[in-house]
Design a protein around this ligand. Structure first.
Ligand code: ADP
Ligand code: MG
Length: 344
């Protein structure tokens, strides 16, 4: 009765011991007593912030149990993800490390719910008890689904996975109102040829003061990864603009998506120097998230009116939802504007 969770070998035991403090063991027993799981078996992953174990369950079938670690140090550098979060307006730093991991577990659980309810491919969240999160296992038999980074793929498969992820990123931002904030080939699993998003404890809402920077980084990571795999991608700036453009709605999304694909097909994967510089500049550029943050709106408006400026130079225009000439709310997405009149 005492040793119902089996550790596979000595190595597992070593790492397991680190995370299986008394409190954790107690909660595992609760899971078992409640018949949510019948036992904890092999370790799927040991990470900096959490370990993930394979569990059997009569109720749910194969599950993954993510156990967040209590160590203080790792969580220090995560504080930036909760600044500006309404829930922590009275201060988050005051929380001790024990409370902090509860916050991360809770965040991951509720974010998984948001994504899962929107029909996105994420592990189904099943139960949360303290810092132990139970979710659906992704994989076959006891073999966990491979991480995207470990998957061998043709450029054709890479292109397919890329476009399905592009749509998921759109839904994640526009429907679930979440920015992953750590999206890369390390947090994407491929199961039965489909791409799954995982590890969403640090995800933030668009109101977070760094949301736009996180999203830019996510777009950059994904674009670089798939470009190197030979997929036909758009530049990360175009991906970013597709996701944030407020005038893209459920109604015209498909049309915009087709345009985006056409843009990718017409693109030379070897970037010109000008394109490289443009992307570099965009990476470092400050992008206002609302009108209040625009430094000199009147100047931009005037210059636009006088034809001294082209709307493609103003990257905030689609984000705050203004028409290209800044005179009113946008109705037509930038990507659907006619052939580019822009001469550079
Ligand atoms: P962290 O990166 O914080 O350690 P993750 O949520 O990324 O935690 O999970 C760590 C690893 O565990 C993943 O890289 C993946 O290999 C595996 N994993 C996580 N969730 C599942 C799941 N539901 N099914 C199968 N494997 C999973
Ligand atoms: Mg991870």
């Amino acid at each position: 009765q005492q040793n119902r969770y089996i550790k596979r070998d000595k190595d597992d035991r070593k790492t397991a011991d680190k995370v299986l403090d008394k409190r954790t063991a107690m909660i595992i027993h609760k899971y078992i007593n409640n018949e949510d799981i019948s036992g904890v078996y092999g370790c799927i992953s040991t990470g900096k912030e959490a370990n993930v174990y394979y569990c059997a369950s009569e109720k749910y079938g194969p599950c993954a149990l993510k156990i967040y670690k209590t160590s203080t140090m790792v969580f220090k550098d995560r504080d930036k993800y909760v600044t500006g979060d309404y829930k922590f307006r009275h201060g988050y730093a005051k929380h001790n490390s024990r409370k902090k991991i509860l916050v991360w577990a809770e965040k991951e659980f509720s974010n998984l719910h948001k994504l899962y309810s929107a029909g996105l491919r994420v592990p189904e969240p099943l139960k949360l008890r303290s810092h132990l999160l139970l979710m659906r296992f992704l994989g076959h038999e006891q073999d966990p689904a491979p991480l995207l980074k470990d998957l061998k793929m043709s450029s054709k498969v890479a292109t397919e996975l890329y476009w399905s992820l592009v749509l998921d990123m759109w839904t994640m931002y526009r429907v679930c109102r979440l920015v992953h904030a750590d999206l890369s080939e390390f947090n994407l699993l491929v199961n039965d040829g489909q791409i799954f998003i995982i590890d969403v404890s640090q995800s933030v809402t668009p109101e977070h003061p760094h949301a736009i920077d996180f999203l830019k980084k996510d777009c950059f990571n994904i674009t670089e990864f798939f470009r190197k795999k030979g997929a036909q991608t758009v530049g990360f700036k175009d991906l970013f603009l597709f996701i944030v453009d407020k005038s893209i709605s459920h109604e015209n999304k498909d049309e915009c998506f087709v345009k985006l694909k056409q843009k990718a097909a017409a693109r030379d994967p070897n970037l010109t120097n000008e394109e490289k510089v443009d992307e570099e500049v965009f990476k470092g550029a400050f992008i206002p998230q609302n009108l209040g943050q625009v430094v000199d709106f009147e100047r931009d408006y005037y210059e636009m009116k006088m034809g001294q400026r082209h709307s493609d130079d103003l990257d905030y225009q689609p984000i705050i939802g203004m028409a290209p000439d800044l005179s009113s709310a946008a109705t037509v997405p930038r990507i659907l504007h006619g052939p580019e009149s822009h001469t550079n």
